[in-house]
Design a protein around this ligand. Structure first.
Ligand SMILES: C[S@@+](CC[C@H](N)C(=O)[O-])C[C@H]1O[C@@H](n2cnc3c(N)ncnc32)[C@H](O)[C@@H]1O
Length: 190
């Protein structure tokens, strides 16, 4: 877990990681089974897990230490704030957002992370050709995700590679075990 020196300045990625490698970010990484396994399989990349709940971030820390992960850091902060104010522009090759809180009640939908403002926010932090990977169980939220990305001309639809599909998240495992399928989409910067 990383203690940020300031939440008013961009983070220094050179200070955060031992090796300067391509960076991928998971927003709302939860108990982090996905992130830990994905990072283990890809030691030539660096990873940041963003999560607002301390207990969940501690799980990332614990799991990472257990297997000696050196390419992964956890930051406890709100996801949109992290993208807007802390992650340096054009530094992430991928953003992973898996099973974000669905806020199913109509009056709460404004709290959803993937909203009309999100594609532009993602564009500022993604490196050229970078990709946003999305998964959810929520049909209504999935529709919102596809609509907001269809509404901009700087992202195009792309595929999620089988190697990535195979690594499931904690929530995904629980949903799939109950027969609830994963809805998946990916968008690449044009
Ligand atoms: C439904 S869980 C999914 C966790 C994980 N991605 C998975 O699929 O197992 C959503 C997670 O996102 C975190 N979260 C929700 N909104 C957030 C926000 N705005 N910023 C940071 N974390 C957030 C929650 O605390 C929770 O751990």
């Amino acid at each position: 877990m990383v203690e940020l020196r300031s939440i008013l300045e961009l983070i220094d990625l050179g200070e955060l990681f031992a090796k300067p490698q391509p960076l991928e970010v998971e927003l709302g990484c939860g108990d982090a089974s996905f992130l830990v396994e994905y990072a283990r399989q890809n030691p030539e990349r660096n990873f940041i897990g963003v999560e607002r709940l301390l207990g969940r971030l501690q799980k990332l820390d614990k799991k990472g230490r257990r297997i000696g992960l050196e390419n992964t850091r956890g930051v406890r902060i709100e996801s949109a704030y992290f993208l807007q104010y802390l992650l340096p522009p054009q530094t992430a090759t991928a953003l992973h957002i898996y099973f974000p809180d669905p806020w199913p009640k109509k009056k709460h939908r404004r709290h959803r992370l993937i909203n009309e403002a999100f594609p532009a926010l993602a564009r500022t932090v993604l490196a050229p050709g970078g990709t946003v990977f999305l998964r959810t169980d929520d049909v209504d939220y999935f529709q919102q995700m596809t609509e907001v990305f269809a509404g901009v001309n700087f992202f195009g639809k792309t595929e999620t590679l089988p190697a990535l599909v195979e690594i499931t998240t904690d929530f995904e495992g629980e949903f799939n075990a109950r027969g609830i399928p994963t809805l998946r989409a990916a968008y690449q910067l044009l």
